[in-house]
Design a protein around this ligand. Structure first.
Ligand code: IMP
Length: 423
């Protein structure tokens, strides 16, 4: 029997480091023609990525995939809203010099409708100002996020040849007309959003669809070497692979159906197939599902991925479209699987799951802690991933593919966490 590995089953083997973690280069590829400066992707889920999330991620150098649980008119409008947004990260926050009087900073914030400012002295960020009367927690976390991010990385937006923000949009493999419309609306990539893409109907539809669009076509979800080989033998111009089945935090596919290809194993399988074809590094792998923090992102890269996709990490932020709820003194945001009852009831994306299972729920609905701005989340992941790649002896994501992972024992998992202390 084959053995499947999850992120928790492996550890990063330390490797000889040639640079300091802060110098690690995180530039990578989301798809054949889309370079990203921060190798993170937000999931196409209706509590994770709408145009607002996609716009802020692109302003920071990452990318969002707009979900498809809405009418085609709304989906097109959302793509256009990202493309029409101001591309600079400085559309998110005010920049001021330490010499500028507070009243003048407040005035500028008022005019721009922005509640936070970063204060610079001799080119370096030295502090933050939050305007009275605004959502203080949100602006504080956003400004702090910028401050942290600037220490690791010079924010650069992800833009197309015309200087407009990049955006990806989810599609069903069967909606060729809608795919063409999203392509014409300016989507830079179309991401196939189906739970099991290794299916002859999906593959034959994608073989036709791929010839009709100019945007990059990212195909998934896939989990095996054979699946990747079959897809690539039939679909010309596949520009990326989205891999992992059953690992998502809100996913009950494995429990309900028994099918499971954990994201880490799925990445290794896809890499095997791509290496056989001499295409690893040319067709990027997106590791999708089950990522709990920067350590898992690092493991996904070492296994062969170019970017990491997450719903869970972004769902708790202010910028996600999920509802914010208060339970007692604590704030949460709603987060649900696209195969959950609530998401299926909205109907538009119910063909994500195969026909016989349409009546079965493959996802759950829940709450995740509210964590403030996504800028802070990105800053935390960026610094954790750089530190992790530093341990692995990698200077970039491509060089991480040469680093090593090792299996750990149950005892090892215990020792790898803080232990024998009370908090
Ligand atoms: P997370 O980041 O661990 O929460 O996983 C998010 C990923 O789970 C998404 O990108 C999808 O691939 C997958 N997913 C989304 N909704 C469902 C569902 O209802 N059932 C199973 N998988 C899902």
């Amino acid at each position: 029997m084959r053995e499947l590995l999850t992120f928790e089953d492996v550890a990063v083997m330390p490797g000889k480091a040639f640079v300091e973690p802060s110098e690690v280069d995180l530039t990578s590829r989301f798809s054949k023609s889309i370079e990203v400066f921060i190798p993170l992707v937000s999931s196409p889920m209706d509590t994770v990525t709408d145009w607002g999330m996609a716009a802020i991620l692109a302003r920071l150098g990452a990318i969002g995939v707009i979900h498809r649980n809405m009418s085609i008119e709304e989906r097109i409008a959302q793509v256009k809203m990202v493309k029409d947004s101001i591309p600079s990260p400085w559309a998110e926050i005010v920049r001021a010099l330490d010499k500028e009087p507070l009243a003048s900073i407040y005035y500028r914030m008022e005019e721009l409708g922005i509640g936070g400012a970063l204060i610079f002295s001799s080119g370096r960020p030295i502090g933050i100002v939050v305007k009275p009367g605004v959502d203080q927690d949100y602006w504080y976390s956003k400004a702090t996020g910028f401050l942290r991010l600037l220490r690791e990385y010079k924010p650069a937006p992800l833009v197309d040849g015309e200087g407009r923000l990049r955006v990806a949009a989810a599609i069903s493999p069967f909606e060729i007309g809608n795919a063409k419309a999203l392509d014409e609306a300016g989507a830079d990539a179309l991401v196939v959003d189906v739970a099991h893409a290794h299916n002859i109907n999906v593959i034959s539809s994608l073989a036709s669809l791929s010839k009709e669009i100019s945007a990059d076509l990212v195909i998934g979800n896939l989990g095996t070497r054979e699946g990747v080989l079959d897809v690539l033998s039939k679909v010309e111009n596949a520009a990326g692979l989205r891999v992992g089945i059953g690992s998502g935090s809100i996913c009950s596919t494995a429990e309900v159906t028994g099918a499971f290809m954990p994201t880490l194993s799925a990445v290794m399988e896809a890499r095997l197939a791509l290496e056989e074809l001499g295409l690893h590094g040319k067709i990027p792998i997106i590791a999708d599902g089950g990522i709990k923090g920067p350590g898992d992102v690092v493991k996904a890269f070492i296994a062969g991925a170019s970017t990491a996709m997450s719903g869970r990490l972004f769902a708790g932020t202010s910028e996600s479209p999920g509802l914010k709820v208060r339970v007692g003194a604590k704030l949460f945001k709603q987060y649900r699987g696209m195969g959950s009852r609530g998401a299926i009831e909205r109907r538009y994306a119910s063909d994500r799951y195969s026909a016989p299972s349409k009546s079965i729920e493959e996802g759950v609905e829940g709450l995740v802690p509210y964590v403030g701005s996504v800028v802070n989340v990105i800053a935390e992941i960026v610094s954790g991933v750089k530190a992790g790649l530093g341990y692995a002896g990698a200077t970039s994501i491509e060089s991480a593919w040469k680093a090593r992972l090792a299996k750990i024992s149950e005892a090892g998992r215990g020792e790898a966490r803080p232990h024998d202390v009370s908090f």
